[in-house]
Design a protein. Sequence first.
Length: 182
Amino acid sequence: APNSTKNKRGERDPEMHQTKKGNQWYFGMKAHIGVDAKSGLTHSLETTSANEHDLNQVGNLLHGKEEFVFADAGYQGAENREDLADVKVEWAIAMRPGKLKELKKHPRKNKAVIVFEKLKSSVRAKVEHPFRLIKRQFGFVKARYKGLWKNDNQLAMLFTLANLFRVDQMIRGWGSCVQNAR
């Protein structure tokens, strides 16, 4: 959400907050999603203000039947949290970009780690696909509503549509596989 004050009171939304990523400040909200690695379908959504740390939402994004959890560097330390101690999964959390950059200075020596990081990022990329769909296909560029509740409802609908879009892609793909097999 932009830091828009174009309303009657001339105020920002009190439920949304600002955060800093790199050297850039953002104001608004975050959508945390859980995506099935095989199908690419979104199974959980949590909407929070922008200043909420990703780690606080990990438990809400797991459905309980996971064997592996692939996550970006923002989720480092998830396996050590007390509230996730009973979760029995293999954690594959990305290395921080600075650490990976250091390893890439000596590619022969660190080849196995670099290849494993690339594998983790290729699986993790499936999480970004629903975001591409809701932004590019459905035009969700910025939050429209005041308050997290309405925006959460809109995002839930958009991610549901993204799931339908993905299922349609899978069905069409299976149809062409069947035709090619004949």
